[in-house]
Design a protein around this ligand. Structure first.
Ligand code: IFM
Length: 432
């Protein structure tokens, strides 16, 4: 078997990381716009890649690379800069972007929340307050009314593990809080927002939508590839309290209608019914396995190469994340993010030789192929990221893009890995 002809080869981005134009055309600030001293080297996301003004050039580059899909996120503060107010210019930007993508034959995949919460929502309690549920639904309604018909794929949230755990518990991401006692409320409010949004999207979309949620999915690679080893990996992946993101804590209520111990007293039977509103796919963001967090003894971290952010490069995690998620939830999956940071530089000849990213692409996509060969429905692969961008609290140092961005001039240069990926797409992954 090999990749199907309609496999969605693509790349991903997020509004706050690339758009810039932070205070233009009626947009209000997001919690990331005011992150101030929390960002390395005093940087901010106010200009980022200036994609807001250069989206046509960017879509043209996507077409040049042969992308079949593009995963972008909508900035809530652009659409709803005040309570109850829809900003027509914000809507127009995304309608134009989608029109440009369609013209280039690129399937738009829309993430509704990739961390840039409007400041006014934050001031009313953000994810700590149940008020956010209706605010979020009003926003989702505006986006889906505007884009459905042209957009079929909608994702309610990107990596709730990160924006809740890092935003409200560890304090390493906006809004940089240590609200230990509100943690479970945040989770409940996010899960209810998700379930209600799924129902709403299904009701109002102009053409039948495909709805998913995107998880910071990092599976435990089995210590042994036998029945007992796989069962052990399944348990560690979804039930471990230590694992990055605790996959089951976030996904079981959605995918199984069941709460883990930590949430049992927070979620009623009625809540779980709302939260487990059927979805069409699970988005998996796959970077590294969870082994080094859960069981240090059986995993020799030093034996693996690392990205320039210190993340472990162990391509086996691609296959195992897909397989374990499939076996637990029986939902089609889409790889919604996968990629590596490096401090890429433009050479004297104007080219960017990022061989390590080429190798990374080959090895991780081979893991997807293995899953496809097992018969697991994998809808597509979105490389993170289409272009270098604002890496949250890390600022602009780590570069994840297939396209290099010179932040001074905003010049885009396709990296060698971009051309390499274009070839993988052209041959539909046949040579991996
Ligand atoms: O840049 C982020 C993205 O916004 C969410 N997933 C992980 C990426 C790399 O850190």
């Amino acid at each position: 078997m090999s990749f199907s002809d309609d496999f969605l080869w693509g790349a991903a981005s997020a509004s706050a990381q690339i758009e810039g134009a932070w205070d233009e055309d009626g947009k209000c600030p997001s919690i990331w716009d005011i992150a101030g001293e929390h960002i390395k080297s005093g940087e901010d996301c106010h200009s980022a890649c200036d994609h807001y003004h250069r989206y046509k050039e960017d879509v043209a580059l996507m077409k040049e690379l042969g992308l079949k899909s593009y995963r972008f996120s909508v900035a809530w503060p652009r659409i709803m800069p005040e309570k109850g107010k829809i900003n027509p210019k914000g809507i127009a930007f995304y309608k134009n972007l989608v029109a440009e993508l369609k013209k280039a034959d690129i399937e738009p995949l829309c993430t509704l929340y990739h961390w840039d919460m409007p400041l006014w929502v934050h001031k009313e309690g953000g994810w700590k307050s149940p008020k956010i549920i209706n605010y979020y639904l009003d926003y989702v309604k505006a986006v889906v009314e505007a884009l459905s018909g042209d957009v079929q794929y909608f994702m309610t949230f990107n990596e709730p593990q990160c924006f809740i755990m890092m935003g409200y518990l560890l304090g390493s991401h906006a809004p940089f809080e240590h609200a230990v006692f509100s943690f479970r409320n945040c989770l409940r409010n996010m899960l209810l927002s998700h379930g209600k949004a799924v129902k709403l999207i299904r009701e109002i979309a102009k053409t039948p939508p495909k709805i998913g949620i995107v998880m910071a999915a990092s599976a435990y690679v089995p210590d042994k590839d036998d029945r007992a080893g796989i069962a052990d990996a399944m348990q560690k992946t979804f039930e471990s309290r230590v694992g990055e993101g605790q996959n089951g804590l976030y996904m079981d209520p959605i995918g199984l209608g069941r709460a883990s111990k930590m949430l049992r007293r927070k979620l009623s039977g009625e809540d779980l019914k709302i939260i487990s509103e059927p979805i069409d796919f699970i988005g998996l963001n796959v970077y590294q396995p969870a082994n080094h967090l859960i069981n240090k003894k059986s995993y020799d971290t030093d034996s693996f190469p690392k990205t320039d952010m210190g993340w472990i490069i162990d391509p086996r995690c691609m296959y195992w994340t897909i397989r374990l998620y499939w076996e637990r939830y029986h939902l089609p999956v889409m790889i919604t993010e996968n990629g590596m940071a490096s401090f890429d530089k433009v050479g004297a000849d104007g080219k960017i030789y990022d061989e390590s990213r080429e190798k990374f692409l080959d090895e991780f996509i081979a893991g997807i192929k293995q899953a496809v060969n097992d018969g697991i429905p994998v809808l597509g692969y979105q490389h993170w990221s289409i272009m270098d961008n604002f890496e949250w609290a890390e600022g602009y140092g780590p570069r994840f893009g297939l396209i290099h961005v010179d932040y001074e001039t905003q010049k885009r240069t396709v990296k060698d890995s971009g051309y390499h990926y274009a070839e993988i797409i052209r041959t539909n992954g046949e040579n991996l």
